[in-house]
Design a protein around this ligand. Structure first.
Ligand code: PMP
Length: 285
C-alpha cells in the first residue's frame, strides 16, 4: 500500500503528492516545519509542537490557513489512513505558489503538508555505545540574522555543518554560536553532565527550544537531578562526565567522543541511562 500524504485537506498517494515548482518553500526555503513522533497511537507533545509551528509561522508573517484543532485532526487522520501507531510525523507549511521574485505577497495560498512515516534515525549501536561527534567550522546563524526559534524550511546552516560532520565520519556535528559558545548540533540539542549536574546551553545561546530538551529537563528535575541552563564552552564539553543529544527523532543519544576527546569514563553514563529510561517511560504514558 502506498503511503498517503496530506496536502491541503486531501490525502494523496505518495507518488501523486506534489506541489508547484513555483512554491516559495522550494524556491527560497520560505516556510516552516515540525518533526514529531507518535508512540502507541499518541502524538508526543503535539500541543507543544503545534505551538512552536504557529510561533515559527508568525515570526515569518505566514498565516497557517487552518486552526491548530484542524491541524490536530488532520495529523490524526493521516496517521490513521497510513495505519501508523509508532512513527514519525512531518508537518510542513510553505508560503505557497508565487512568482519568481522574493515577494511573499505574490503567494496566494500557503500549502499545508503532512507526511507520516516510519523512522529509524540511528542504529542501535549508537544508543548502546554512544556517538562520536566533531565540532563544525560553520557556526550557527547569528540570532539577529535568523532567529533560531524559527524552524524554517531553510536548513542550509545546519546542512553545511552536517556535511562537515559526515566528511569527518560523524553523523552529527556540534555547532558553536557567533560568540564561540556551544549551541547545539545540526538537528538535536546537547546536554552534558558535570559533577552530577545536568547542563545545557540556554535558549539565548542561539538554540532551538527543543521539545525533547524540555521533556528531559522536566524528567531530570522530577528525579532530583539538578538542571542548569548555562553557557558552555568546548572545554566544558571535553571535560564533561557525560554528554548526550536530544531530539524528537533521535530521542536521547549518548555521545562518547567529541573532537577525538573521550567523554567521561565510558558511554552511556549513569545519568544518561537514567534519563533514557525515564524518557522511554514518558513517551508511552
Ligand atoms: N535543534 C535543531 C536545530 C533541530 O532541528 C531540532 C529538531 N527539530 C532540535 C534541536 C530538537 O528539537 P525537538 O526536540 O523539538 O525535536
Amino acid at each position: 500500500m502506498s503511503l498517503k500524504i496530506y496536502i491541503n485537506g486531501t490525502l494523496f498517494d505518495k507518488q501523486d503528492a506534489k506541489i508547484s515548482v513555483y512554491d516559495h518553500g522550494l524556491l527560497y526555503g520560505d516556510g516552516v516545519f515540525e518533526g514529531m513522533r507518535c508512540y502507541a497511537g499518541q502524538v508526543f507533545r503535539l500541543r507543544e509542537h503545534l505551538d512552536r509551528l504557529w510561533t515559527s509561522a508568525s515570526k515569518i508573517d505566514l498565516t497557517i490557513p487552518i486552526s491548530p484543532e484542524e491541524m490536530e485532526m488532520a495529523v490524526n487522520s493521516t496517521l490513521a489512513a497510513n495505519d501508523i501507531r509508532d512513527g514519525y510525523i512531518r508537518l510542513i507549511v510553505t508560503r505557497g505558489e508565487g512568482t519568481l521574485g522574493l515577494d511573499p505577497n505574490t503567494c496566494a495560498e500557503a500549502q499545508v503538508i503532512i507526511i507520516t512515516d516510519m523512522i529509524t534515525l540511528y542504529p542501535d549501536e549508537f544508543y548502546e555505545n554512544g556517538l562520536a561527534i566533531v565540532t563544525a567550522k560553520t557556526i550557527r546563524n547569528h540570532p539577529l540574522a535568523l532567529d533560531p526559534q524559527i524552524k524554517s524550511l531553510n536548513y542550509l546552516n545546519n546542512i553545511l555543518a552536517k556535511i562537515e560532520g559526515l566528511k569527518a565520519g560523524c553523523v552529527e556535528a556540534l555547532m558553536l554560536n557567533h560568540e564561540g559558545e556551544v549551541a547545539e548540533c545540526t538537528g538535536v540539542n546537547i546536554f552534558i553532565v558535570n559533577a552530577g549536574v545536568l547542563q545545557t546551553p540556554p535558549v539565548s545561546a542561539g538554540v532551538l527550544k527543543g521539545v525533547t530538551r524540555g521533556a528531559v529537563m522536566e524528567l531530570a528535575r522530577e528525579d532530583g537531578i539538578k538542571v542548569e541552563e548555562v553557557t558552555l564552552t568546548l572545554e566544558d564539553v571535553y571535560a564533561a562526565d557525560e554528554c548526550f543529544l536530544t531530539g524528537s527523532a533521535a530521542e536521547v543519544v549518548p555521545v562518547r567522543e567529541v573532537d577525538g576527546n573521550q567523554i567521561g569514563a565510558g558511554s552511556p553514563g549513569l545519568i544518561t541511562r537514567r534519563l533514557t529510561d525515564l524518557y522511554c517511560n514518558l513517551r508511552t504514558q
